[in-house]
Unconditional design. Structure first.
Length: 283
């Protein structure tokens, strides 16, 4: 079933949609744009570490229906449009949080009525960009970074695809929120660049192994988010720090909702080669 096969014009029919890192920034903007596109019988599962902003977003998308306590229990309520919004607060960087998120995924995807799966791997962190390559000597810090930024994306994607399975006539799309840093090295950003490069290659392997799964590596551009604030204030390399400061001073940062809309358009057109790296500025 194509993206326009819902009950109303422009709606995606019975879609199981999952967005990680949904509590702020790009993930939050994307969730807001996705919700009205999801037709009756759809579910939107929002995952993030921060329980309160996540619960607030879920309440907003439900049109204020239901009560949210801000705890990390999952809450679910139907919206007036027949969309179910569910949120799970979990730290994807630790095994317990990742297990809880995976369990929620399996539970949601047990429903055989969904004709479409859309998983957006957005959750990610910058790491300590005040450090140069030679400052990164602690295995615990490095392993912790990769657990959150690489391991969780692989585990959640494989879990979702396994749980959804191959359903005749159904579409499966996996999106990795990538970066120019997946392709080019940046001083002081050894963790971030290697994490993004690892994720990009990981999803290219998925595209190769599973031709029926649509895979997209989308680089959203320099977004006006908390991550950019960290980049221009904490980056150890002075030239890099100045570069990020100039992006902000010259109004070159991109609003998250503008980039999220470009991603949504890409998904609706559905003409990208599976596994492709598509940058905001390519569109």
């Amino acid at each position: 079933s194509g993206p326009e096969s819902g009950s109303g014009p422009g709606h995606w029919a019975a879609t199981a949609c999952v967005v990680t890192g949904a509590s702020r920034g790009f993930g939050r903007s994307l969730a807001r744009l996705l919700a009205p596109r999801l037709g009756p019988g759809s579910v939107l599962l929002l995952l993030a570490r921060s329980a309160e902003p996540l619960a607030a977003l879920a309440a907003e998308l439900r049109g204020g229906a239901g009560t949210d306590t801000g705890t990390d229990t999952d809450t679910r309520t139907d919206t007036g449009t027949g969309l179910r919004v569910q949120c799970v607060a979990a730290d994807l960087g630790c095994e317990e949080g990742l297990r809880r998120a995976a369990a929620a995924l399996r539970e949601v995807l047990r429903d055989a009525s969904y004709g479409r799966l859309l998983l957006v791997n957005n959750a990610g962190s910058l790491g300590d960009v005040s450090k140069s390559f030679q400052d990164l000597t602690e295995p615990e810090e490095i392993n912790s970074y990769f657990s959150f930024n690489v391991t969780s994306a692989l585990c959640l994607s494989s879990t979702a695809l396994q749980a959804f399975g191959k359903r005749p006539g159904c579409s499966r799309t996996v999106v990795n929120i990538s970066s120019l840093c997946a392709l080019e090295p940046f001083r002081s950003w050894a963790l971030y660049c290697s994490g993004k490069a690892s994720r990009e290659m990981m999803f290219q392997v998925l595209a190769l192994e599973e031709p029926e799964v649509r895979v997209l590596n989308y680089a959203p551009g320099p977004l006006d988010t908390d991550m950019q604030l960290l980049a221009r204030t904490k980056t150890g390399d002075p030239g890099m720090r100045q570069y990020f400061q100039s992006l902000q001073e010259n109004g070159k940062l991109i609003d998250s909702s503008v980039s999220a809309q470009k991603l949504l358009n890409l998904l609706e057109e559905d003409s990208f080669p599976s596994g492709a790296h598509v940058d905001f500025y390519d569109l």
